[in-house]
Write a protein that binds this ligand. Sequence first.
Ligand SMILES: [Zn+2]
Length: 66
Amino acid sequence: MSHDRTGDVIDDEPPAIPTHDPRCDGRGWVDRDGDPAIPCYDCKPNLRPAELRRALLDADKRRENP
Ligand SMILES: [Zn+2]
């Protein structure tokens, strides 16, 4: 823990960024009973919509071959 020049405590911890959908039920579903059911894309990345997967793939390729 550090202090600024006035002696106030500086919050060193960056705000937590959720890396996982907070609505996930822990078994891979955001809304299992929905119509259509909504999967958690963090738990079930193979269920990501195709265009989103393609966009991620393109971004990866751009990173490898700028
Ligand atoms: Zn999940």
